[in-house]
Write a protein that binds this ligand. Sequence first.
Ligand code: 5GP
Length: 205
Amino acid sequence: MKLNQRGLLIVISGPSGVGKGTVRRALFNMTNHNLVYSVSMTTRPPREGEVDGRDYYFVDRESFEQSIKEKRFLEWAEFVGNYYGTPIDKVEEMLNKGKEVVLEIEVEGALQVRERMKDAVFIFLVPPSKKALYDRLVERGTENKELIDKRFQKAEKEFKLAYKYDYIVVNDDVNNAADRIMAIIRAEHARTERTIHNYLKMLEE
Ligand code: 5GP
C-alpha cells in the first residue's frame, strides 16, 4: 500500500550564513531518499564555482521582473539588493511526481509559501550563537565587509520570525543538522492527516 502520493514540499530557511546550503548538500548526500532541490532564480552575480542551472538561474533584473509579471514564481523576495525567487512550474511538476521538493529560501519568501501551500513543512535553521553566524559570514569570504554587515543586520530581523516555522533546527554540526531534518521529513510523512485518506481507501478494498 502506498500511503502518500503527492510529494512533500520542504522549506528550509534561516538567516544568511547559517549554513543552509551546506546542510542541504549533506541532506542530499544521505542515502535512501526521494529529495529534489528547487533551483531558484536570482539577479545576484554568480560566486566563484557557482554554475548556472545548478546553483541558481542567474538572470538580469529585467527578465526577473518579467517573470514576476507573468506570475511564474511560487514566491519571490528582494534580499540585500537582489531578487530571488522560486519558479513554480518545476515545483508543481516534481510534487506531482511524488518527489520531496526542497526549497532553500530566506524568511520573507518562506512566509509567502506558508500562505500558498498549506501542507508544506517549514524548518528554520539557526546557528548555535549570533557570534557563530557573524564569524561564518566572514570566513565564507564571499562578500565584502559592507555586505556582510548588511546580511548580519538582516539576520537580526530574521531571527525574530522563527516562531512562524514548524521546526527549529540548530546547525551546531552539519551532519547532525542534516540528520535532524531527515528525521523531521520522515515523521511528517507518517502524519495522520497526510495518510488517512489513502489508508481509509485501502480499508475499503
Ligand atoms: P545567497 O546570495 O547567499 O545565495 O542567498 C541569499 C539569501 O536568499 C539566502 O537566505 C537564500 O536562502 C535566499 N534565497 C535563495 N533562493 C531564494 C528564493 O528563491 N527565494 C527566496 N525568497 N530566497 C532565496
